[in-house]
Design a binder for this molecule. Structure first.
Ligand code: PEP
Length: 238
């Protein structure tokens, strides 16, 4: 199980460090669950430092550029992230696709560059409400998934756009169906994202093809993030 918290444009270095200090020992209780925090760029270093040397919580960026360096104002490369102790990056989040002109091609290039530099990738895919209503879900997922490289360090996050930040979650059956379809195209772990909360995490994570969650809003609070991480953990025996 992999639970990743996407903080979007929330939390500067001070708040990020405090949060990281609070949850640094969480993996010891969340048996079998990998935990990832994705702070904004300016808070990456503070998060790494707040977790400290001994923590198994990993830090990923929310995006990464495809070149190593160059005249790309506002962009950050994978080796720069690795130098900070960052272990991976999200690519293709729907907010990047919808608000910042990200395309399947640029998402694929970002993923390839990150993998080449030795860091991991969470690649986001998902249909809009209009695409689902027009019965285009599978066609959209196929197009987005086929633009991604195949690599052991790449996981896919299925995030139906209509469920992100809306409080409207895909039903477990709907999510399971989409995950199984994605896995038929690309054999990798698939996380679910879209209004995951402590109240719905357990039933979603119990689906056979849901291998974890990418959590936005509910990852901003340490108590609710912890509850989601524990919902995905193996039950303690004995
Ligand atoms: C996200 O940002 O990837 C996300 C799924 O957000 P939320 O959990 O707030 O819907």
């Amino acid at each position: 199980m992999l639970i990743a918290g996407n903080w979007k444009m929330f939390k500067g270095p001070h708040e990020a460090r405090t949060f990281a200090t609070q949850i640094r020992h969480l993996p010891e209780r969340a048996t079998g669950t990998e935990i990832v925090l994705c702070p904004p760029y300016v808070a990456l270093q503070a998060t790494v430092q707040g977790l400290g040397e001994g923590s198994d919580v990993r830090v990923y960026a929310q995006n990464v550029h495809w070149e190593l360096d160059g005249a790309f104002t506002g962009e950050i490369s994978a080796p720069m992230l690795a130098e900070l102790g960052v272990k991976g990056a999200i690519v293709g989040h729907s907010e990047r696709r919808q608000l910042f002109g990200e395309t399947d091609e640029t998402v694929g290039r970002r993923a390839e560059a990150a993998l080449e530099a030795g860091i991991a990738v969470i690649a986001c895919v998902g249909e809009t409400e209009g695409e689902r209503e027009a019965e285009q879900t599978e066609a959209v997922l196929r197009r987005q998934v086929e633009a991604l490289p195949r690599h052991e360090r790449l996981v896919i996050a299925y995030e139906p756009v209509w469920a992100i930040g809306t409080g409207q979650t895909a039903t477990p059956d709907m999510a399971q169906e989409a995950h199984a379809f994605i896995k038929s195209l690309h054999p990798t772990r698939v996380l679910y994202g879209g209004s995951v909360k402590p109240e719905n995490a357990r039933v979603l994570l119990a689906q056979p093809d849901i291998d974890g969650a990418l959590v936005g809003g509910a990852s901003l609070d340490a108590v609710s993030f912890e509850a989601i991480c524990l919902a995905g953990a193996e039950p303690v025996v004995g």
